[in-house]
Design a protein around this ligand. Structure first.
Ligand code: HEM
Ligand code: MG
Length: 232
């Protein structure tokens, strides 16, 4: 097997995560999207994106709760609402609005695609504004919305992922063309000039990008959640 992009077959399964789907479409994860363990996700994130283990381990561990299997998951299980999957996504609809929180939706993606007008890149400031605007749409259209600190942290981490994986992980400046291909085709834009980060994208690298996103998202909770315990 090589790492060419191949569109999923009808029998393959995919997730609400453009990152994992891209890794599967390039064969860093099993192309059928099935029987994926945490070590497989960790290795694929490094090989495909140079994303470090510490940046995905919590998500990967939570992810296993989406299934009754002991050690692995199938990508489609990750659509389980309010485990990791949340409302006000960048590229998927809210579960309560259409019943489909799994598949890419161009209408939803319009907010991100139209952001940072006049320049050819997205950055942490524009990403914060996009988070604000996507949440405003969900608050207005989804009577069942969940919007606690948990969702906000997850959404902010995801925004920092598209900026750093598709752009410069030190500045969070990412070419629009690369980000759009990543979301729309779940493809690494290698032919367009994208190169994997030479820096390992760790939590420490993502934190300053997340801080700028937070500052520009003008976020307020609409529900409380319990304090999150994410590690020792
Ligand atoms: C969502 C990137 C790893 C589970 C997202 C989103 C991005 C992203 C940009 C937001 C999609 C949107 O808002 O429409 C990445 C990257 C990863 C990665 C670059 C690096 C390997 C993981 C891992 C898991 C995971 C390890 C868990 C096993 C999810 C889920 C969503 C998601 C369930 C859907 C959340 C939602 O929008 O409702 N990811 N991700 N991701 N990711 Fe990942
Ligand atoms: Mg969602």
């Amino acid at each position: 097997d090589n790492h060419q992009w191949i569109a999923p077959k009808a029998t393959d399964v995919r997730s609400p995560c453009p990152g994992l789907n891209t890794l599967a479409n390039h064969g860093y994860l099993p192309r059928d999207g099935r029987n994926i363990s945490i070590p497989m996700m960790v290795q694929a994130a490094l090989d495909g994106f140079n994303v470090g283990v510490d940046a995905i381990l919590q998500a990967a561990k939570f992810g296993l709760l989406s299934t009754d299997d002991l050690m692995t998951l199938n990508l489609d299980a990750l659509k389980l609402h309010n485990l990791i999957e949340h409302d006000a996504s960048l590229s998927r609809n809210d579960l309560a609005v259409t019943g489909d929180n799994l598949h890419f939706n161009e209408t939803i993606f319009t907010t991100l695609a139209n952001s940072n007008p006049g320049v050819d890149y997205y950055d942490p400031t524009s990403a914060g504004q996009v988070q604000h605007d996507r949440l405003a749409i969900s608050l207005a259209t989804n009577p069942n919305i969940t919007n606690t600190a948990k969702e906000f942290i997850v959404r902010t981490r995801e925004s920092s992922f598209y900026l750093s994986v598709m752009g410069n992980p030190l500045t969070g400046v990412a070419p629009k063309q690369f980000v759009n291909i990543f979301f729309r085709e779940e493809r690494l834009p290698i032919a367009e000039g994208w190169k994997k980060s030479t820096t390992v994208i760790t939590g420490e690298i993502l934190n300053p990008i997340m801080d700028v996103i937070i500052d520009n998202s003008n976020w307020t909770m609409t529900q409380l959640c319990e304090d999150l315990v994410l590690g020792p």
